[in-house]
Design a protein around this ligand. Structure first.
Ligand code: COA
Length: 558
């Protein structure tokens, strides 16, 4: 079946549906919702059997839904209507939430229901719930709808109209505002969670208008609303019954109002006292001869200092009397490579890009050169660009079912990439497949990644079950009777590879390309990064997504 995705962006949920439906054999093409006439043109070119709107911010034009079957995914339970659905659910502290697939009709979110699914609502960031539970439920409802389609077409099944709740309004900053003199820690967290990663909660910090993101509880007390100090790169602010650590802010007074670590966004924060306590973004635990290194960087972005801190933690882990080290990444992301926001904010983005890639490469090299331990990358969350290749530095790569990989760099202004991908990728998938993977610029699901050899295994869609299974498998590796042989084979292979071509050569060659990307005449990387960081709305759909706009596309006859 030809399915046209009409979407505001090719975001993680849309990517997941793209992967799942392609795997079912459907032909998917994508059109960004930019303008009604452009959408109508896309429909005329692709002649889809179904239009699916996984992430829309505007209504579908009448000329389309009147003549084509259009199914719209709403991130709310049956009957829920209107914008900011997930924001309201989190702010109101709903225990159970869901997604609904509706047929588009004149009234927004009021069409008959094709399928729905629900889930317990975690007290977590909106973006995390969206990437996790909402995305999983979306896959279920879309698959259910596709199964109903033949019966619908044959007149044997009809979607059912449902009783509608009153339409809720777009959540405004007034609804989100924190009352520091009255709100408890839980309430402050709910407000910031409901606004993470967009639009953040409007507030004031150290005299600057700011939007707040990425908050956690912090063990401290003080006069409600007072800034108590800094913790790493976050600010600690007292609530009526404790404190929160605010990790990221957009400073409205800054010439570059983008999301940055609080301490970086607010120069005055430098003089604040450093507080101890709270959760660190890097955490190490050990059990049964296995060291687990967790690194939960916001949005998976790994800046220079983050890479250096992680390298130091890895080196410490390597000194422990373990047999296996597991790189756990974070629950939402394994890694998305270089921290593009920090790079954008640097005095010299080119120099900061260079420092960041060197730090990332140092980390990858430490993992590749570890011959005294078996190493595993356990991908609980998505990985993109350099972050996907960091995973390949380990001996084994395991992924949670449903994780989306974007193992390519080209979308960022034709970046060449480093992280030793020219060594790591071909040795896993072969030369030809390596060329395809790096060139195709599309997301990859875990099934495809395993079939290709990009990852070794995939299991447990459920995050907690995945971690349990990782523990079991890592323990089994550490206890295995042939671990000495495995380590000896690994060591011999590394020696042979080094003799054939030293790691340093791979790095030099990759970095020669990167030097041109950062410092050369072609500014594509800097331009792409600027648009990415500033979230410039797209004015066209890239050709590699819009099949119907490819050169040579023939309008289908059926
Ligand atoms: N640096 C800084 N921020 C990053 C980032 C990076 N490398 N990768 C992702 N983010 C941020 C996004 O800006 C977004 O922020 P927001 O919450 O303010 O909107 C958030 O993480 C989620 O990213 P999004 O693009 O919405 O997630 P996704 O799951 O839909 O897409 C990717 C994942 C990997 C395809 C996409 O984020 C991407 O292309 N990232 C850049 C990767 C890259 O080129 N890295 C540099 C080269 S190594």
């Amino acid at each position: 079946m030809r399915i046209l995705f009409l979407t505001h962006a090719f975001n993680s949920l849309t990517q997941r549906l793209y992967v799942e439906l392609s795997r079912l054999g459907h032909e998917i093409s994508i059109e960004f919702d930019i303008n009604d006439s452009v959408t109508i043109e896309a429909v005329d070119l692709f002649r889809p059997h179904l239009i699916l709107a996984p992430y829309l911010r505007r209504a579908i034009p009448q000329a389309i839904w009147k003549n084509h079957l259009c199914l719209v995914l709403h991130p709310g339970i049956v009957g829920d209507r209107g914008p900011s659905a997930l924001d309201w659910a989190i702010l109101k502290g709903e225990r159970e939430w869901g997604v609904t697939l509706l047929q588009a009709e004149a009234e927004m979110d009021a069409g008959p229901v094709w399928a729905s699914a629900s889930f317990p609502l975690r007290a977590a960031k909106k973006s995390s719930v969206y990437r996790g539970e909402v995305t999983e439920a979306a896959v279920r409802v879309v698959k259910a709808a596709l199964e109903r389609l033949p019966d619908y077409r044959a007149g044997r099944w009809q979607p059912s109209p449902v009783p509608l709740r009153p339409m809720h309004a777009l959540m405004k900053q007034a609804d989100r505002a924190i009352d520091w003199a009255a709100d408890t820690t839980d309430r402050v967290l709910a407000k910031i969670n409901a606004a993470d990663g967009f639009p953040g909660v409007k507030d004031e910090l150290l005299g600057h208008p700011c939007h707040l993101f990425n908050a956690q509880p912090f063990p401290a007390h003080g006069p409600p609303g007072a800034i108590l100090g800094r913790s790493g790169e976050g600010l600690v602010r007292a609530t009526v019954d404790g404190a929160v650590r605010i990790g990221h802010v957009k400073n409205g007074d800054s010439a570059l109002p983008i999301k940055l670590p609080a301490v970086l966004a607010l120069a005055e924060a430098d003089s604040l006292p450093e507080l101890t306590g709270g959760e660190s973004d890097i955490r190490y635990e050990e059990a049964d001869g296995v060291g687990y290194l967790h690194f939960d960087f916001y949005n998976g972005a790994m800046g220079t200092a983050a890479c250096q801190r992680l390298l130091a933690a890895y080196e410490t882990a390597r000194l422990r009397p373990t047999r296996v080290i597991v790189l756990m990444g974070g629950p939402d992301f394994f890694s998305n490579g270089l921290d593009l926001n920090r790079i954008e904010a640097a005095d010299s983005p080119a120099d900061e890009s260079w420092r960041n890639i060197e730090a990332m490469d140092d980390l990858c090299r430490a993992v590749i050169e570890t011959t005294c331990r078996l190493t595993v990358s356990a991908l609980q969350g998505n990985a993109g660009a350099g972050g996907a290749f960091l995973a390949l530095a380990a001996d084994y790569v395991w992924a949670r079912e449903g994780v989306i990989l974007n193992p390519h760099y080209k979308n960022m202004g034709n970046l060449y990439g480093s992280e030793y991908w020219t060594y790591l990728l071909p040795r896993r998938v072969g030369d030809e497949a390596a060329r395809d993977v790096i060139a195709r610029r599309l997301p990859m699901g875990t099934a495809e990644a395993r079939a290709l050899g990009f990852i070794d295994d995939v299991f447990s869609a459920n995050p907690a079950a995945f971690i349990r299974e990782v523990h079991g498998r890592a323990r089994a590796l550490a206890m295995s009777s042939d671990i000495r042989d495995l380590l000896a084979t690994k060591s011999a292979r590394r020696k042979a590879d080094e003799a054939a071509r030293p790691l340093e050569r791979y790095r030099e060659e990759e970095l020669a390309h990167m030097r041109r990307n950062f410092y050369g005449f072609d500014p594509s990387y800097h331009v792409a990064r600027h648009h990415f960081v500033h979230k410039t709305p797209p004015s066209w759909t890239p050709r590699h997504l819009a099949k119907h706009r490819e050169l040579g596309w023939q309008v289908p006859a059926d």
